[in-house]
Design a protein around this ligand. Structure first.
Ligand SMILES: O=P(O)(O)OC[C@H]1O[C@H](OP(=O)(O)OP(=O)(O)O)[C@H](O)[C@@H]1O
Ligand SMILES: Nc1ncnc2[nH]cnc12
Length: 257
């Protein structure tokens, strides 16, 4: 018998575009997350930002001590607010404390992939959103964007374009640097993979600080592609990654605020 590991404290975002207008609904949280959150009341200082990057993993979990994080985020959307696909997806995402380093609660989507219905529902929700939007390009960010992007691309009849870490793509590339918690990284895309005037979505599993998606948008826009929207399974809203996206729309399914 397979056992799904501890459920996450994530809040459910039965949403389409993540706007500034959230509303809340129920969420299921296991007792292991009825724990005090030592970061909950910290001020937002630049030092705090670094803490948050670690804590980003907590999903910004901020329940008062001893209380469950039991309120779900939802944004106004054209996903039916009672759509139980979202709560199922949320419940399959595992949170691993202190991975990859102390203080981080890692949002692990591999447990979502173990549940074929949750995985299919995840893809379906994205496909329902993008199938009639004349999208030519699904750009997926290495590595976890490679899991969700290709099935979306196939279903909507778009090409899949991998956005890779440095020195992985064999052909001529263009590159963009982006900020990480400490230092920078670089994202690359093959020259000729996309054409000016094409319409793209950028797909990843998660937005934290937004640096990764921002780099992907810059790469595509440099060559004249219109980035219609970014699409992620999970958002860590306290990290305010959406700010780095400017006015680019962001669509997420689950918010871990
Ligand atoms: O919004 P950001 O702060 O930029 O972080 C989000 C990115 O971080 C994770 O990838 P990671 O860099 O860990 O790479 P991996 O998928 O190869 O493990 C995640 O899959 C996103 O791509
Ligand atoms: N908390 C987190 N969990 C999983 N992937 C991440 N990427 C950045 N922050 C993350």
């Amino acid at each position: 018998m397979s056992t799904l590991p501890t459920l996450s404290p994530q809040k459910i975002l039965e949403a389409k575009i993540v706007s500034h207008c959230y509303f809340y609904s129920a969420n299921s949280v296991k007792p292991s997350f009825f724990l005090p959150n030592p970061h909950a009341t910290a001020a937002r200082s630049s030092r705090r930002v670094k803490q948050l990057i670690h804590r980003g993993a907590t999903g910004g979990a901020s329940a008062p001590a001893g209380q469950p994080m039991s309120v779900a985020h939802m944004a106004s959307s054209n996903v039916d607010g009672t759509d139980d696909r979202i709560s199922r997806i949320s419940s399959t995402i595992r949170v691993i404390p202190d991975f990859p380093k102390p203080g981080i609660l890692f949002q692990d989507i591999t447990t979502l992939l173990l549940d074929p219905k949750a995985f299919k529902d995840t893809i379906d929700l994205f496909v329902e959103r993008y199938k009639d939007k004349n999208i030519n390009v699904v750009a997926g960010v290495e590595a976890r964007g490679f899991i969700f992007g290709p099935p979306i691309a196939l279903a909507i009849g778009a090409k899949f374009v991998p956005m890779r870490k440095p020195k992985k793509l064999p052909g001529e590339v263009i590159s963009e640097e982006y900020s990480l918690e400490y230092g920078t990284d670089t994202m690359e895309m093959h020259v000729g993979a996309v054409q000016p005037g094409e319409r793209a979505i950028v797909v990843d599993d998660l937005i934290a600080t937004g640096g990764t998606l921002n780099a992907a948008i810059r790469l595509l826009e440099r060559v004249g592609v219109t980035v219609v929207e970014c699409a992620c399974v999970i958002e860590l809203p306290e990290l305010e990654g959406r700010v780095k996206l400017g006015n680019k729309p962001l669509f997420v399914l689950v918010s871990s605020a």
